[in-house]
Design a protein around this ligand. Structure first.
Ligand code: GLU
Length: 264
């Protein structure tokens, strides 16, 4: 069975959704249509017997939208405050949509310390596992309101990989604003080609990832490759796929060859 086929049987699945997927691209407002569709898909996967762990970005963007700001502030305390505001806005919406499908979610906010320090990490894991056992859906973000640079993971791609390893997930799916990994930057090279499978993350692959990110999301392809490095070293395949069409989630889990799979 090839690595795509195996995804059909994945039971414990980490889904990471980036800010660009959760917001409209002309302003900082939440894309409610897409969020509703996403939560419905997660609910349906849950009903099909899967264990879904949802890693969400978008807190700072939601805060900016709520406060009607034009831009992301430069200073750290304001960003922390916006994360505090936006995290509540996001959870309110997720809670509402999950409740419509009769499901319960539980929020876990992690920092670098409680995600990586051995003892604290065990506690985080126990909490996550207890949520799964109760049949609730863990919804995870970094604790941006208190985490400053020294204690920050910094981007949710790496956070989702850490979580996937922590709970022995069978696959990590990263929904983003690009179809997958291209051999060169598709925004500048018209002949750029998508790589549907990466077997080994070597220097050439890292070079393809470049730097870039969006105006709101922290990670670009670079942090996604870092994430895939960590997961694949721990035998967890990772798929990067466009989240503009939420049905891509279902298509990936049906074994279709879309996006880029980093096979473990
Ligand atoms: N934790 C940040 C937020 O919720 C996002 C980090 C990222 O974009 O990776 O706004």
């Amino acid at each position: 069975m090839n690595c795509r086929e195996k995804l059909k049987f994945a039971r414990r699945i980490v889904i990471k959704v980036g800010t660009s997927t959760l917001t409209h691209n002309n302003n900082f407002n939440l894309n409610l249509y897409r969020i509703e569709h996403l939560i419905r898909e997660i609910a349906d996967l849950h009903n099909a017997g899967k264990e879904i762990i949802f890693v969400t970005s978008g807190a700072i963007a939601a805060g900016i939208g709520k406060m009607n700001l034009k831009n992301k502030p430069e200073n750290i305390p304001e960003n922390q405050a916006l994360a505090a505001i936006g995290q509540g806005v996001l959870m309110h919406i997720y809670e509402k949509f999950f409740a419509e499908y009769g499901l319960t979610m539980g929020q876990i906010l992690l920092t670098k310390d409680n995600a990586t320090n051995e003892h604290a990490r065990e506690n985080s894991k126990n909490s996550l596992m207890a949520l799964l056992q109760m049949g609730a859906i863990p919804v995870i973000n970094e604790n941006d309101a208190v985490a400053v640079d020294e204690i920050k993971i910094g981007d949710n791609d790496n956070l989702s990989a850490i979580v996937a390893v922590m709970i022995d997930a069978e696959v990590l799916i990263i929904l983003t604003d690009i179809d997958g990994l291209y051999n060169k930057n598709p925004k500048v090279s018209g002949d750029a080609k998508i790589l549907h499978e990466v077997k080994k993350i070597d220097d050439a692959v890292e070079k393809m990832a470049g730097g870039a990110g969006t105006k709101l999301g922290t990670g670009g392809m670079f942090t996604k490759i870092q994430a895939a490095k960590l997961t694949t070293q721990n035998n967890i395949p990772t798929v990067i796929v466009s989240g503009k069409e939420i049905e891509n989630l279902r298509r990936v889990l049906n074994g279709e060859e879309i996006g880029t799979i980093f096979s473990a």
